[in-house]
Each structure stands twice: as C-alpha cells, then as structure tokens.
Design a protein around this ligand. Structure first.
Ligand SMILES: *Cc1c(COP(=O)(O)O)cnc(C)c1O
Length: 423
C-alpha cells in the first residue's frame, strides 16, 4: 500500500480506527450532518467550543420534566433524583475528573461567575501585594473579570493586571518565564490566574510547577480549566491549587451555557476566616429550611453556592460525567494523544500550515491551532464544502480539536485532506 496517495491514507486512517485500544464512542453522540459531499456526518473539530450532545441527555432531561409534571414541588424530596440534593450527584464524578476530594468540588453557576466568586474570596490585595498575573492570550472574559476585580478593590487595572507575553517571535508562553516572573516579582503578586490549557494556542501549562512557584511566592493560585477539564488529567488537590473553575459545554459535552464546575482546596473549605459572598444554598442542608438569619456553611465547596441549582441544566452535566467516569481520563488522554499526534503528522508536512501549538505532546491538549490567512473564510469553506467543522479566531487562527470521545482518525484524515486542498 502506498500511504502517500489519498486512498492509501484513508485506508490507513480506517485501520487506525479499527485497531485503536479505545474504540470510538461516536455512537453515543449526536453527530451533525454534513451538507452534500461524500460523507453524511460532519467531521467535528469544534468540541473545544461546544461539545456534541450525548444521546443519553434527552432521556435524562425528560425524567426531570416528568418529575416536575408528576410531583411538582414534591420532586424536591420525592423525585427519582430528589432536587434538594441533586447537585450532590455530580460531586464524586466531578471530583474524579479534576483530581479533587469530593468536598472540594461543586457544580454551580457559569464559569465567569465562579471565577468572580472565587476572586471575591481569594483575591485579597494588601499593601504592595496587589497584582494579578494572567497570560497575554487570556480568554477575554477572564481578562475582563480580573480587571473588574481590580476596580472593585479601588485599584488601577492597568497597574494591577500583569499580562505575561511569549518572547518576541514566539507563540507560546514558556514555563520558565512564568517561574522567572514569580521569582523576581512574586512579592507583588496577589493572584496567579492562568488557563490550564490556553484557549487560543492549545498549550498545556505546567500547572504543578506554576502552582508550586506561585504559592511559594506567597500568591494565591487559581486555574481557569475551561479548556483543560475533560481534556487532560488533572490533580488539583495534590498540586495544591487554591481554586479552579471550568465550564462544562466544551470537552464536557453538557450543552450550551451548561452549569460550571468549581474547586476549592480543602485547606480553605475548613477556614472560617475566608470571606465569601453567600446565599441560602451555601448553608448546611440540614438547617437550610429553618430559615435562620445566620448562615451555617458546610466545610465543603458547597459553601460557595448561592442559589438553588437549575436542575434542567444540571441533568446534562450528570449524563455527561457518567461517560467520563466510564471511560476514565487516563484512557481518554491516551487516545487524545494518538489522535492529535496523527492529525499533527498529517498537517506538519504542509508548508503553508503553521502549527502554533507546542509540538511536544506533553505540552498540549487535544487542540491544534494553525496560523493561516483568512481564518474565518477557511473555516466557512471547510464546513460548507467538506463538512469539516473547525473554528476561527480572527484574524489568523484556526483551531481543530479531535475530541477523543467522538472524533476518529478518519475525521482527522478528512480534515487534513480538506486543508491541503483549500489552503
Ligand atoms: C470558554 C471560556 C470562557 C467562557 O466563559 P463563560 O462564563 O462560560 O461564558 C471563559 N474563559 C475561558 C478560558 C474559556 O475558554
């Protein structure tokens, strides 16, 4: 077989799918159709933006709608999954996903809201230690959030928020440069809040090393895991992370705007001196309906909850976490490395496709980011003419994430062929 011609390459991709140690779970997901063309289904590489719908979600939602119809208010205590403690069903699977102890995690709100709640507790600027360290390519919502926290404390955001940049001519922020900054100026840093996997470049940060250095410098270290949760194995407890938050609609496939996850290290959940913005769902469940004027927070991340949770929005998260629990992050990461490595090997020989994601598999997650002219136009053509769904970040970045639950080697083959033709 000549693997250089497209037919040979396609055959090779199909063989990789058939022989992979983790057979695809594509059948458990609803794959969008591809308009016209050779393939009925899309090759979906935008799971880092919005993950695909697990088939199990609709049934789960229907059960909650049924309980609402049959039991109404009584479903809080007598539903098949009583709503009063519904969020607790997510605790253990979420803890396994991020390497936490169960009382360190809670599903609540959305990502940016959780980051604010965490900063309300853990960003405590004092004296000359006021700065917040983010990456220059931080997701805009994170940049807006930290700037507004500075303002909230009466500080000038321009002087408070430090945006760490790659070296001139480089695309990737070097770990040594983050550590170097903390070594030199760590005593001015109140909070380090970076993305565990960068949304734009796909770089996987060295979370253990940066957490250790940040804490050694006397700063609080929080991680935005929007692109890391469900993508790479995490050990938040062992890494000694102070707090973290992640959305669940990207690699975690829980639907648009789905309820986020939040981690608070156990040393903080037991610390009564940590200030918190509170609401009634942050008091002990056993006394919640006594309507006491004084809050009795539990020694868990639940103490940061404000409102009673949106059950219809939590049901898909629960359904999705069951899939991650069944497969396990280690097996998923192993498959993600195989798929991403294969896609990179198919794209690398193309001179006009500059991959800005680190070439070292240990320094990246599932996503590959390409620098190309007219990224938006290219993504449109990929979708309309080939059924290959990618995403563009203007002006010149195309992101492709072969999410290992439902993307196949054959999808990667399709993407590589389409890019070769269209760029
Ligand atoms: C996706 C993403 C967000 C989105 O924030 P929401 O509050 O969920 O709308 C924020 N930060 C990062 C790093 C992201 O990747």
């Amino acid at each position: 077989m000549n693997v250089k011609d497209p037919a040979g390459l396609e055959e090779e991709a199909r063989r990789l799918d058939e022989t992979d140690p983790l057979p695809t779970l594509r059948g458990e997901f609803l794959i969008p159709p591809a308009p016209g063309g050779a393939h009925p289904e899309a090759a979906y590489f935008a799971g880092n933006s919005l993950g695909l719908q697990p088939r199990s979600v609709a049934g789960r939602l229907r059960e909650e709608l049924d309980d609402w119809a049959r039991l109404a208010v009584e479903a809080h205590t007598r539903g098949r999954r009583p709503w009063f403690g519904y969020h607790e069903l997510l605790r253990e699977p979420a803890a396994r996903l991020v390497g936490a102890r169960p009382h360190e995690v809670v599903a609540m709100n959305s990502l940016t809201v959780d980051l604010h709640l965490m900063m309300a507790s853990f960003y405590r600027p004092a004296g000359t230690r006021t700065r917040i360290l983010i990456e220059d390519t931080a997701f805009p919502s994170d940049a807006y959030a930290v700037a507004s926290q500075a303002v909230h404390h009466g500080l000038d955001p321009a002087a408070t928020v430090v945006r760490l940049k790659p070296r001139p001519g480089e695309n990737i922020l070097r770990t040594e440069d983050v550590l170097g900054h903390l070594e030199r100026e760590g005593d001015t840093v109140a909070l380090v809040m970076l993305g565990g996997v960068n949304y734009l470049t796909g770089q996987l940060m060295d979370m253990p090393a940066i957490t250790k250095a940040g804490r050694a410098a006397g700063a609080v270290v929080g991680w935005d895991l929007a692109h890391a949760a469900g993508n790479v194995p995490l050990r938040l407890h062992d890494w000694d992370v102070d707090f973290a938050a992640w959305c669940t609609y990207k690699y975690l496939n829980s639907g648009p705007g789905a309820v986020a996850g939040c981690f608070v290290h156990e040393r903080h959940v037991r610390d009564a001196s940590v200030p918190r913005l509170s609401g009634w769902w942050g008091t002990e469940p056993s006394v919640r309906f006594r309507m006491d004027p004084d809050i009795a927070p539990p020694a868990s991340a639940d103490a940061w909850q404000l409102s009673n949770p949106p059950i219809l929005a939590l049901a898909p998260v629960l359904a999705s976490l069951e899939i991650f629990d069944r497969v396990g992050m280690d097996a998923l990461r192993a498959k993600s490395l195989r798929l991403t490595g294969y896609l990179a090997s198919r794209l690398a020989p193309r001179a006009r496709l500059e991959i800005i994601t680190p070439a070292d598999p240990a320094a990246r997650g599932t996503q590959l980011s390409l620098r190309v002219a007219d990224a938006g136009g290219l993504v449109r053509r990929l979708a309309d003419t080939r059924g290959v769904i990618a995403d563009a970040r203007e002006p010149d970045i195309v992101r492709l994430a072969p999410a290992p639950l439902y993307c196949t080697f054959h999808d990667c083959h399709r993407a590589a062929e389409a890019l070769a033709d269209l760029v």
